[in-house]
Ligand binder design. Sequence first.
Ligand code: ADE
Length: 218
Amino acid sequence: MFDCLNESIVGRAIKNGIIDFQAADIREYSKDKHQKCDDTPYGGGAGMVMTAQPIYDCIKAIDPDREYLRIYMSPKGERLTDGMCRELATHDKLLLLCGHYEGVDQRVLDLCIDREISIGDYVLSGGELAAMTVIDGTVRFVDGVLGSCESHEDESFSDGMLEYPQYTRPPEFMGLRVPEVLLNGNHKAIAKFRKEQSEAITRSRRPDLMPDGKGDDR
Ligand code: ADE
């Protein structure tokens, strides 16, 4: 599943030796003769729970000296934000534990995990896509990962707002013209136009991000 990290900006960062990534298969650490990694929940209920032993041994093998910030991907975690990605990028080593089924035995979380992160209010069938989201969202804040032409300073959330719309050549497509202000080279007017657009989009789509917290019908 993690092969897609070899593409695009993350893939380039790996090839350039700026970041390194390894996936571990928890099953390989199971002491069960059938390499079983899950069991029915104590107290009853649907589904299976991942057992503590293989996860515990896997984490100990990867991080014997507690050098990693250890994160469990879970819908119960703190919600991932742009600010959190920036903060995660300041850590040298991240370990992302991906759950499956109905979750993992709480004791291994209590013993081994520093933080729980969710990528949104929905339940995925496993933590892998969530982990890849954290990796992709975080790696771009690591020094040297984005080239000089790729900046995260003008993107959505960089100033707490959604990004203004972008246009490129040609100046007219299917009868739609690029807003005139972007063509005249007046940088002050362009900055004002973009700020207004950014505010309008944020107010309509994400009023919770506005300083006054109010939407279009304010
Ligand atoms: N695993 C399953 N659902 C998840 C979510 N929303 N965020 C993080 N990890 C998850």
